[in-house]
Design a protein around this ligand. Sequence first.
Ligand code: AMP
Length: 187
Amino acid sequence: MKSVCVFLGSSSGNHPAYMHATDALGRELARRGITCVYGGSRTGLMNRLAESVLEAKGEVVGVTVQALKDKEEFHRGLTRLHVVPTMHERKTLMIELADAFIALPGGIGTYDEFFEVYTLRQLGFHSKPCGLLDVNGFYEPLKLMLGMAEREGFMKQPYREAITVSSDPSDILDLMAEQSRDRLAAG
Ligand code: AMP
């Protein structure tokens, strides 16, 4: 697993646990020599992630859209910043650049990005690991929703179970690295 794309809030959230977990994931990515791909912004948890990887001497690749310049303020100190024309191209490039995907807490932008990679995996467009870093029980309601979808016959169990969930940054990277190895071994 050489690169991981992280989806997370452009805001910081109300609880310090979100910043702490973001920081810990950033440091762990750098320590493992895994390139961090993210949305390129200089606000909220997104900024904290980039800063923590860079502080630990890791590599960060941002992917953003010109039209977001005023809203999200681009991070200018990244290893590389791709500025693409549309939101769709942004997601497509993020997906291409990464070997796995992790969502931290965030708002609807984060859910959109995570569900894009999750649904593409369900449809077989890729087989890269998808995970939720469940800080402070933030993703409990989403897990309940997916359980409901399965119980009510809208989703098959293997797809619901295809997501890796952990509250610990190091643990989630271990689990996803193992899946990546299995995936490469299977060809
Ligand atoms: P949020 O979780 O709402 O703070 O947003 C996190 C990131 O998701 C930000 O960089 C947003 O620009 C991005 N985002 C918001 N809406 C979309 C969308 N429809 N497609 C792709 N990314 C989005």
